[in-house]
Structure formats: structure tokens, C-alpha cells
Design a protein around this ligand. Structure first.
Ligand SMILES: Cc1ncc(COP(=O)(O)O)c(C=O)c1O
Length: 406
């Protein structure tokens, strides 16, 4: 067996490679008022970890439960690790990096999870993937589905940015906009799978989403010269990306390739801070999220428990920022680094700016800090309304040039 499952709450092990979503015992308690229980962790076999440890260089395939059969059919990573010199200077952090997952095929980090779930579907002989999304996971699943010949059924809040919805339509998914929140779409998609079958790709609900997302840590390890960074700033909504980052480093540690998981910093909007509350006060109740950063607007985080636990185990912490700070951070990223990030992605940079002195006091100014840029700003240019505008056109004459003030 290449892997088996373990319940993240009661620790019960399930010695199977069959499709499983949650621990049947622990998930029975879930009633929508508190972060769900019973999410499953994938445990890789000793043989898989040993084989990875023996290699000169590792790739995510060495750690996937379902390795690629044709990696070039939908390439995941290696996304650029940018050393943003002007931001390094601005913040006095000479070893700051930006990991540009905005450059994945569908424009967001979510390609990582969708790819591994597509490999799961192929391996299990399933043709249909069902999911709920705030927008990016849907676009990613739809893109992977188009490339790999899978049917995608996607439930999204009707209020999701139009470009994200249009992307999914263009990739050929069955898109079902829901008059409700992301959490409503989540519940409907699970009901759909129960009634009509298919593999449910909902974030964290399907443990392969975390397995796909962990690929970023394997990449970072190789990009940084076979070592882990000191701190990773991760934008957090459901907590599945940060759970995946933690899992990747944890697998590397189990393989003996690194000594410790880096500090994981959960970055949230003050208007969607459920996981920060859990980290700081142990409060796991649902909230009413209202942030403009749509991708991280979550009432009841699907991976809330594991995410909070992962941050604490890494000796990391949570940082919240006002929406205003997130939108300002989008402009800082464009003007100082040439990086166009959607609001959720800019949240991680906004959090780093706010947290800069704390980071330096804990880890020193030479700390290797990585900010995950999880989605491109091209998907949601409306976020810049009122902050940037295209200038009026000038007459086509040389006289007009003399009127310019720059
Ligand atoms: C661009 C972007 N950043 C961050 C997140 C947050 O990820 P998670 O919900 O797994 O915490 C998302 C999730 O949709 C996203 O699309």
C-alpha cells in the first residue's frame, strides 16, 4: 500500500486506498455551528518516504498518494520564487521571497489540489468531479478537467467575481451559481454527490486536496537549496492551503530531509477571521464573514481544526488585517514588485507588512520569509476600482506632449 488514512481528530487509522472523505465517527457530530471534525490525513508508507529520502532531488510526485501518470499533460509548478529587491529594501527583510502561484495554468494555487484530485479520479475510474468553490478552485478544477477529460460540476456563490465564473464556463464545466454564500454552495455540492455520485473535490473534505496543495512545500524545499524557509505567510480562508503547506513540510520531515516545519503564519482579513480566533482563543464557532477578499471569505472553515493545529505545532501565529490594508497591499505589490495579485493573495503580503517587527523580533531580520501569492489579480480587476484608473486619452499631437507633467 502506498498510503492509508488517519482521522485528524480521534487518530483512528483506515487501512484502505479506497475513496474516503471523513472519519464516519467524528464527522457525525458536525452540525454547522463549529469547525467540522473528522477530516482525514493521508499517511504515506515508510517505503514511499524512504524512496524519496534516497533521491538527489525530490518532486511532488515522490510524495503524492496518486503520482502523475503524465506530468506534462497538466504541469503543476515549479512556480517562480521571486526575490523582490524593492520590497526587501522597503521592509528591511533581505531574505524575503514571493512564491508566484498566480502563474499556475488557471491563475491560482488551486491547480495543485485539483490536479491531485483529477489523478485520484483517473486512478479510481471516475469520470465526474463535483465541487463547491469561491471561484478559484472551480476554475482550477474546470481547467484540469478540460485537459484530462473529466466532467466538472461546480457550485459557486453567484456573487463570485465574474472572470472566475467565466473561466469555468469557458473550460467547459457545468457551472451552477448559487444564490447564497460559499458555505451554502459547499453544502449543496455534498448533497449533489450523495444523490448523483462522482468524486467530491471540496476543499479539505476530500483529503487529496491537502495532498495536492502540499506540493508547494516540496517545490520550496528544492528551490531554496534543499532546506525549508524560516516562515511562510499564507492567506487563509478554509485553511486547506495552510494545511497543505504544513503537510508537505511534515512529509519532508518524516523522510528525514528537514529538521522542522517552518513557522506558518495564518493571514486573514479582520472581516473573515475564524481560524485566527481558533489559533488565538481556541474559539471554533462559525462566524459571519464579510471581507472583500472573496477567496478567503469563509464562515465555517472546512479545514479549521487542522489549520489551527498546524499553525500552533509550527510555533507560528495568526495575523489579521483590515480590508483596506489588503487593497493597499495589492497596489504595493504591483508598484514595488510588478506582481498583480488578487485581494486574497495580497492579504498574505499585507499581513507580513503588519507583522514585520514581530517577525524580526522572533526570527531576526535575516529570516527567510516566503509570502505565498496564491492568485492573479487579472481575475478580479474590479478590486482596483477607485484606486487606479486609466488616464484620459490625449489628442494625437506633439503639442499634447508638452502638457504632460512627467
Ligand atoms: C487566491 C486564494 N488565496 C487563498 C485562498 C485560501 O485558501 P484556503 O481556503 O484553503 O484557506 C484561496 C481559496 O480559495 C484562494 O483562492
Amino acid at each position: 500500500m502506498r498510503f492509508h488514512y488517519k482521522c485528524s481528530d480521534c487518530g483512528k487509522e483506515f487501512l484502505t486506498e479506497d475513496l474516503m472523505y471523513q472519519c464516519p465517527e467524528c464527522s457525525r457530530e458536525n452540525d454547522g455551528t463549529h469547525f467540522p471534525k473528522g477530516n482525514l490525513i493521508v499517511e504515506l508508507s515508510e517505503d514511499v518516504l524512504k524512496a524519496a529520502a534516497a533521491k538527489e532531488h525530490v518532486t511532488p510526485d515522490d510524495f503524492y498518494p496518486y503520482p502523475s501518470t503524465d506530468p506534462e499533460a497538466y504541469p503543476i509548478g515549479v512556480t517562480p520564487l521571486m526575490r523582490p529587491r524593492r520590497l526587501q529594501e522597503k521592509l528591511g527583510l533581505p531574505n524575503l521571497s514571493l512564491k508566484l502561484d498566480s502563474q499556475l495554468v488557471s491563475g491560482s494555487f488551486k491547480d495543485r489540489a485539483s490536479y491531485e484530485v483529477a489523478l485520484q479520479a483517473k486512478a479510481l475510474g471516475e469520470k465526474r468531479i463535483v465541487l463547491a468553490s469561491t471561484g478559484n478552485a472551480g476554475a482550477a478544477a474546470s481547467a484540469v478537467g478540460a485537459a484530462m477529460g473529466l466532467d466538472i460540476i461546480l457550485f459557486v456563490p453567484a456573487s463570485a467575481p465574474v472572470n472566475k465564473l467565466m473561466q469555468s464556463v469557458l473550460y467547459g464545466a457545468h457551472v451552477v451559481p448559487v444564490k447564497g454564500s460559499y458555505d451554502d454552495a459547499f453544502a449543496l455540492s455534498i448533497e449533489y454527490t450523495k444523490r448523483h455520485g462522482g468524486i467530491n473535490r471540496n476543499t479539505a473534505y476530500n483529503p487529496m486536496t491537502i495532498e495536492g496543495k502540499k506540493s508547494i512545500s516540496i517545490e520550496l524545499f528544492e528551490q531554496m537549496g534543499r532546506k525549508a524557509p524560516d516562515a511562510v505567510y499564507v492567506p487563509v480562508g478554509d485553511g486547506c492551503i495552510i494545511g497543505g503547506v504544513a503537510k508537505g513540510f511534515s512529509d519532508l520531515r518524516k523522510a528525514g530531509l528537514i529538521d522542522r516545519v517552518p513557522r506558518l503564519i495564518a493571514c486573514q482579513s479582520e472581516a473573515s477571521d475564524a481560524i485566527s480566533r481558533a489559533i488565538n482563543d481556541g474559539d471554533t464557532r462559525a462566524i459571519r464573514a464579510t471581507t472583500r477578499a472573496d477567496s478567503i471569505s469563509v464562515d465555517l472553515p472546512a479545514n479549521g481544526r487542522m489549520a489551527a493545529e498546524a499553525v500552533k505545532c509550527s510555533e507560528g501565529w495568526a495575523v489579521t488585517v483590515p480590508d483596506e490594508g489588503i487593497l493597499d497591499a495589492q497596489l504595493t505589490l504591483t508598484r514595488y514588485a510588478g506582481v498583480l495579485a488578487e485581494p486574497a493573495a495580497a492579504c498574505a503580503y499585507a499581513a507580513l507588512e503588519r507583522d514585520r517587527d514581530n517577525l524580526v523580533s522572533r526570527l531576526g531580520k535575516d529570516a527567510e520569509a516566503v509570502v505565498l501569492i496564491t492568485g492573479t489579480g487579472f481575475k478580479d480587476m474590479k478590486a482596483f476600482d477607485g484606486r487606479a484608473a486609466i488616464p484620459e486619452a490625449i489628442e494625437n499631437s506633439v503639442e499634447e506632449l508638452d502638457k504632460l507633467s512627467f
